[in-house]
Design a binder for this molecule. Structure first.
Ligand SMILES: Nc1ncnc2c1ncn2[C@@H]1O[C@H](COP(=O)(O)OP(=O)(O)O)[C@@H](O)[C@H]1O
Ligand SMILES: O=C(O)C1=C[C@@H](OP(=O)(O)O)[C@@H](O)[C@H](O)C1
Ligand SMILES: [Mg+2]
Length: 182
């Protein structure tokens, strides 16, 4: 049995949902390239995301993010993990739905917090009360992530491997995304 990816799969969702980790595992399963938009931006700028936010600001980062996602969607089919804010701009959502398929990794706030609380890599959470900030961002964004083509629930009990299998099952049900031949 062989599987052929017919569209780029774009993982969206909150910081800590597992987009980067699950995307990598999914790409390995399918034998297709894995690309993380944050990593691409960091590579091009030769700076970390935190440094880009500090030096050039969030608006600059968002412009770069749109450019990078547009370029990647025009390239070969792959698993594309985006940063948590990438799905918020309408033009980004439009190009993702025209040229790829969006998959929302939907995790609850407690799970997200448990994964991001000890990390210093996410500049948006460098506030006096990072839990409150995460909670506000979560409330504001959930209705937008809910516009994704496919939703996969992320539970604390699911390993990265299990999550990759869940996304694989969800896209396998869509023949316009993953074609399976005997
Ligand atoms: N299903 C999972 N089980 C256990 N740890 C996970 C799982 N998914 C992600 N992680 C861990 O949680 C952290 C955040 O995951 P990451 O992939 O960076 O999320 P995102 O890219 O959505 O912000 C990382 O340390 C990652 O290894
Ligand atoms: O949610 C956001 O706005 C952001 C999420 C981060 O990516 P992850 O979702 O992979 O952590 C990164 O793009 C940047 O710190 C902004
Ligand atoms: Mg990530």
């Amino acid at each position: 049995m062989s599987e052929q990816l017919r569209k780029t799969v774009v993982l969206v969702g909150m910081m800590g949902a597992g987009k980067t980790a699950v995307g990598k595992a999914l790409a390995a399963k399918l034998g297709v390239p894995f690309i993380d938009s944050d990593a691409e931006i960091e590579r091009a700028a030769n700076m970390s995301i935190a440094e880009i936010f500090a030096r050039d600001g969030e608006a600059f980062f968002r412009k770069k993010e749109t450019q990078v996602i547009e370029r990647l969607l025009d390239g070969g089919r792959c698993i594309l993990s985006t940063g948590g804010g990438a799905f918020l701009a309408q033009n980004n959502r439009e190009m993702i739905s025209e040229r790829g398929v969006s998959v929302w990794l939907n995790a609850d706030l407690d799970l997200l917090w448990s994964r991001v609380r000890h990390k210093q890599t996410r500049p948006l959470l460098r506030t006096a009360n990072p839990y409150a900030t995460l909670s506000e961002i979560f409330e504001a964004r959930v209705p937008i992530y809910a516009q994704a083509d496919i939703e996969v629930h992320a539970d604390a009990a699911y390993s990265i491997e299990e999550m990759a299998n869940r996304v694989l099952r969800a896209i396998s049900a869509r023949h316009d995304v993953l074609e399976t031949t005997e």
